[in-house]
Design a protein around this ligand. Structure first.
Ligand SMILES: Nc1ncnc2c1ncn2[C@@H]1O[C@H](COP(=O)(O)OP(=O)(O)OP(=O)(O)O)[C@@H](O)[C@H]1O
Ligand code: SF4
Ligand SMILES: [Mg+2]
Length: 334
């Protein structure tokens, strides 16, 4: 069986509007290996949620997936399944069981009229018909304890719980059915930093035990460097660099990655002055020509404002920057 659990090829997502479409995810390609934690980072508006939503086929109008393939190889399936052309009914077979999702507004994902524990036992028993009530309750307690919640909290309705508690419960619910891939978009924004690290450390531990893969989106590059195996950096709807967490942190190749890296405190050293990236991310309706980062790039040179750099291999990393283009004649005009 291939080591690649997910292979995304040329995924393009547009927000369709009267005055013209906005391409928030533009020809994005990457892979996720079995058991791997792939982090996705980038400034606000770079397309992270658009990518994650399309990846799980939860995009809704005005978002439309206009091109690309999402090849998924869950356990026990011989041939990869392309998720893009699947119907809602076909997708339902894979949700939770093979592919679990914690969205950015996760805390609203719980059913308001069911006690927390009942939601867990329902999901667990739906996916494992042989699981009795007592077994499901035991498993629910285990799952809740992973995110620091108690059996007493399982008896509450979602509205009786704080935002952070609901967010933690949603993470535990996503881990309930033994999916091969868990996709998380800013899963811990409503909890404090200590709890955030504790939850994510538990996810990591469980990943080591159960072997699921995670795609984890967050603004916090320092957090990703601690948790992820590899990191993809997004800018203006494109992946501009993918590499191991170590290389992204210690040897960023793309000037945007270097800027992002300098905007976050060092991992294990005293915090010195942080340097943000000058300027703001572009309006996707009016993208700069050539490399979309060129108006902010301290390293820009002659081809940058006219030629779009392609993502290509640089050692073990992939980078979309003319500083690393081997053959600039190959790249296309904007
Ligand atoms: N409903 C929408 N209608 C039109 N355009 C949208 C819509 N939602 C997002 N966009 C466009 O897509 C871009 C990417 O948005 P997205 O939510 O994917 O960014 P993000 O990287 O997840 O940001 P954040 O870090 O703030 O969550 C936005 O800058 C905006 O131009
Ligand atoms: S292509 Fe040019 S402008 Fe873009 S990141 Fe590289 S050096 Fe900077
Ligand atoms: Mg987002």
């Amino acid at each position: 069986m291939s080591d690649d659990l997910l292979e995304v090829r040329g995924l393009t997502v547009e927000y369709v509007a009267e005055g013209g479409s906005v391409r928030a995810c533009d020809d994005v390609s990457f892979t996720v290996r079995r058991g791997e934690i792939l982090g996705v980072a980038g400034e606000s508006g770079s397309g992270k949620s658009t990518l994650i939503t399309a990846l799980t086929r939860l995009e809704r109008p005005p978002a439309v997936t206009t091109a690309g393939q999402i090849l998924f190889r869950p356990h026990g399936v011989a041939e990869p399944i392309d998720l893009v052309p699947l119907t809602e009914k076909q997708l339902r077979k894979h949700r939770w069981r093979d592919l679990a999702i914690v969205m950015q507004s996760a805390m609203n994902a719980l059913n308001p009229v069911l006690r927390l524990g009942a939601q867990f036992t329902d999901v667990l028993r739906h996916h494992d018909r042989g699981l009795g009530r007592a077994g499901a309750e035991r498993r629910t307690e285990e799952l809740l304890s992973l995110v620091g919640l108690t059996a007493a909290q399982a008896r509450s309705y979602p509205h009786e719980l704080s935002g952070g508690t609901r967010q933690r419960a949603t993470i535990a619910l996503a881990l309930a059915c033994g999916a091969d891939l868990v996709v998380m978009d800013e899963p811990t924004t409503a909890v404090d930093v200590v709890m955030q690290r504790q939850i994510l450390a538990n996810v990591l531990r469980l990943r080591d035990e159960l072997g699921f893969a995670v795609v984890l989106v967050t603004h916090d590059l320092s957090l990703l460097v601690e948790l992820a195996d590899r990191i993809a950096i997004m800018y203006a709807g494109k992946i501009v660099e993918v590499g191991t967490a170590h290389d992204i942190y210690h040897r960023p190749s793309h000037p945007y990655t270097a800027g992002l890296r300098a905007s976050f405190p060092p991992l294990h050293a005293p915090v010195e002055r942080l340097h943000g990236i000058p300027g703001t991310p572009p309006d996707l309706r009016r993208l700069p020509s050539g490399c979309a980062f060129h108006p902010r790039c301290p390293k820009r040179f002659e081809p940058c404002d006219s030629v779009v750099p392609r993502l290509s291999a640089v050692g073990d990393q992939e980078v979309a920057c003319h500083l690393h283009s081997h053959d600039r004649s190959e790249v296309v005009d904007a």
